[in-house]
Design a protein around this ligand. Structure first.
Ligand code: GLU
Length: 301
């Protein structure tokens, strides 16, 4: 029996590795429209958890572009760089449950292993029963054992993953001391009270690991919707690496219009002659998940 109606709270969680480009704009617009069409809140979190990848000024640039596009967020922006204490507490909780173990394998040792040849991401569990002598620097891994995680994605449908076979015991704290994305995203989605996650399908295969962590930490699992990822003619994800151009914040309507087309929303061309306010009111009123191509990638024209 439903006792209370859960309030919709969504989020956009960019990594500040460069300016907002078409690929990241798809996630921003999709999460915003889904939240607003549910009369929900839309939060922004800057995922600056990996200092070597952070580009100076990129977070400010992304936030300024969101403002210029009238993608107004609710509440304060959360920065993962200020969340170390919460991540440490979560690790301690998992440590107490006996779910973690230290691992001092080098990349080469993992790459040379038999399991790695069948799937380069599966860790074969060398350090489960103790680390090899002689190397102090170590990561913290979580045991996966026989866990089968199943979930329903609002767009991609039923998904399941046998963690031990498909990812192996994964890293929650890296040997360089930084916390891993999988841990941070779970702790922060819970701290921000996120009820609905809408993001790119490049993260679809990470979701079972996140659900596994939520269960161990006693946190609620949000509803998930993974949007198709924008790829170029070569099938490569649009990103800084593939030189995707930054969104032109001075003339945003053509880019926003293209995002709606990409997401199958069939926008009328008159929107291009209007202003941002009329664009958003049409887009929120007409947002239809059933029209989004239910694929993991889609070509951006
Ligand atoms: N920070 C990730 C990215 O920019 C998104 C993570 C998420 O939405 O869970 O690709």
């Amino acid at each position: 029996m439903e006792t209370e109606v859960q309030k919709y709270r969504g989020r956009f969680a960019p990594s500040p590795t460069g300016p907002l480009h078409f690929g990241s704009l798809v996630a921003a617009v999709g999460s915003f429209l889904d939240a607003k069409s549910h009369h929900g809140e839309w939060l922004v979190r800057i995922e600056d958890i990996d200092p070597p990848r952070v580009v100076a000024g990129a977070a400010e640039g992304i936030l300024r572009t969101l403002e210029d596009l009238a993608l107004h967020w609710d509440g304060e922006v959360m920065y993962q760089s200020s969340r170390g204490e919460a991540y440490r507490e979560a690790l301690e909780q998992l440590q107490r449950q006996g779910a973690l173990y230290p691992c001092n394998c080098s990349r080469r040792e993992i790459a040379d292993s038999a399991l790695a040849s069948s799937s380069s991401h599966v860790y074969p569990g060398y350090c489960r029963n103790g680390m090899r002598a002689g190397r102090d620097r170590h990561a913290l891994r979580i045991r996966t054992d026989d866990v089968l995680v199943e979930f329903h994605d609002r767009l991609q449908g039923h998904r399941s993953q046998a963690l031990a076979l498909e990812t192996g015991d994964f890293v929650l704290r890296r040997a360089d001391g930084f916390h891993a994305y999988q841990l941070a995203v779970v702790v922060d989605d819970a701290a921000q009270g996120i009820s609905h996650v809408v993001r790119g399908a490049d993260i679809l295969d990470s979701t079972p690991r996140q659900i596994y962590l939520q269960r161990l930490l006693g946190l609620a699992t949000p509803s998930y919707l993974h949007l198709p990822v924008a790829v170029n003619i070569q099938g490569e994800k649009l990103s800084k690496q593939t030189l995707a151009p930054a969104v032109d914040a001075g003339a945003p309507l053509p880019s926003l219009f293209k995002v709606l087309e990409f997401l199958g929303q069939d926008p009328p061309r008159e929107l291009l002659q209007g202003d941002l306010a009329s664009f958003w009111s049409w887009a929120i009123a007409h947002w239809t998940v059933a029209r989004i191509p239910a694929r993991r990638t889609n070509h951006a024209n």
